[in-house]
Design a binder for this molecule. Structure first.
Ligand SMILES: [Ca+2]
Ligand SMILES: [Ca+2]
Ligand SMILES: [Ca+2]
Length: 390
């Protein structure tokens, strides 16, 4: 049996965080800028991460990184600050290789340093030993689904500002357990409308289409963790979805189904971003109407929005031309208390409009005709989401 590493021997191995800068300058109104990147060979930018400028426990300013991982805080007054990052990306990058490296580190065969040493302490015990290797392997095998250390570790630079200046503070992050830095988080790529687009939160790819003067996603959103139809989606900081008949395969074909509050991410603002990627939003009723009036009004628009044929719609799929390129499929609905209905018969597309009294406003297409219904629906139903470019 291997000896248990003592606390003092491990403390000797703890890294000095090279990016933790104690800066002394005299001043009033500084800029702090930099980038947030993954601790891998490529230094993959982490877009859409939340960056908090904190003084003690107080968050003074919050910003979100751009797709290139950059952030900045303006007009920061003199004082001492800590920068704290919360990522948008899922945990990933861990497999048996990482477990083996953690074991080898414990045996003295390899030496982990810096963030990678911290990432090895997956059980958050304060030191790295073979228990961490075992826990890492269990998570890779799906025997456990979380680490005591959490999913992500970031450098937390400390700054002391005393006079106006521009400070560049680059911050690295890593997933707990990914001690070889093998993870390459998705980068959100969107160039021109019509090109495909990767949602870096989960790596799913959507195509896009310009319709009149609006850039739409050509598939329904499929973000989030599937939960059973019998459960409600909640304001828990995690995007949740229903898959028709609780079958994940249906989410791949038709996208997820979301309760209105969840798809809006608990905002009531018109054109809120909701569950859409950064730079996209839940279309308002007025934005939907722009599409409707340009494709024959409510009597004909549905046909011009539906895919043709009987792959994604049951017969008769009347009036389907897909002339708009919108490519709607008969995604069905999750009813208030859990049952699923109308697969290939109807699709309910959410707007950001809250009809009041617990209702919201949907666009409804049906296989039985080319028309489009505006429908005031109970907010507890689970409906489809199409995102529109800001
Ligand atoms: Ca440990
Ligand atoms: Ca790895
Ligand atoms: Ca949720």
């Amino acid at each position: 049996m291997m000896p248990v590493a003592t606390m003092s021997s491990i403390i000797c191995n703890l890294p000095v965080n090279a990016d933790t800068a104690f800066l002394s300058v005299n001043n009033s109104g500084s800029t702090i800028q930099g980038s947030v990147r993954y601790d891998n060979a490529a230094g993959t930018p982490l877009g859409n991460a939340t960056v908090d400028l904190k003084q003690g426990n107080n968050v003074l300013i919050t910003t979100i990184t751009g797709n290139d991982g950059t952030y900045s805080f303006q007009n920061v007054l003199p004082g001492s600050y800590v920068i704290k990052v919360t990522p948008a990306h899922p945990w990933g990058g861990v497999n048996n290789t990482d477990a083996l490296i953690i074991l080898k580190n414990y045996l003295g065969l390899v030496t982990l340093t810096g963030l990678k040493l911290l990432a090895a302490d997956v059980n958050n015990s304060g030191y790295v030993n073979c228990t961490d290797a075992m826990v890492t392997q269990k998570r890779f095998l799906g025997i456990t689904t979380s680490f005591a250390a959490g999913d992500w570790l970031f450098e937390s630079p400390v700054l002391t500002l005393t006079e106006p200046s521009v400070q560049t503070v680059d911050i690295k992050g890593i997933c707990a357990g990914d001690v070889n830095g093998s993870y390459v988080p998705s980068v959100q790529t969107f160039t021109t409308c019509g090109s495909s687009f990767t949602d870096f939160r989960d790596g799913q790819v959507y195509t896009t289409v310009m319709i009149i003067n609006q850039c739409w996603m050509k598939q329904n959103m499929n973000l989030g963790t599937m939960i059973p139809g019998a459960s409600n989606q909640t304001d828990n900081g995690v995007a949740e979805k229903y898959c028709y008949n609780d079958d994940p395969a249906n989410c791949l074909i038709y996208g997820g189904l979301y309760q209105w509050d969840e798809l809006m991410q608990y905002s009531t603002n018109q054109s809120a971003r909701g569950i859409c990627p950064e730079g996209w939003h839940i279309p308002s009723f007025n934005e939907w109407e722009n599409l409707v009036v340009n494709f024959g009004g409510v009597d004909h628009c549905g046909g011009h929005m539906k895919t043709t044929g009987l792959t994604y719609w049951m017969a008769p799929n009347s009036g389907a031309t897909n002339a708009s390129g919108f490519s709607a499929r008969g995604a069905g609905i999750r009813e208030s208390y859990g049952p699923f209905s109308y697969l290939k018969g109807y699709t309910y597309l959410a707007s950001s409009n809250n009809g009041g009294d617990g209702y919201c406003f949907d666009m409804v297409l049906t296989t039985s005709g080319p028309d489009l219904f505006y429908y005031d629906i109970d907010r507890t139903y689970g409906t489809s989401v199409r995102c529109l470019k800001d």
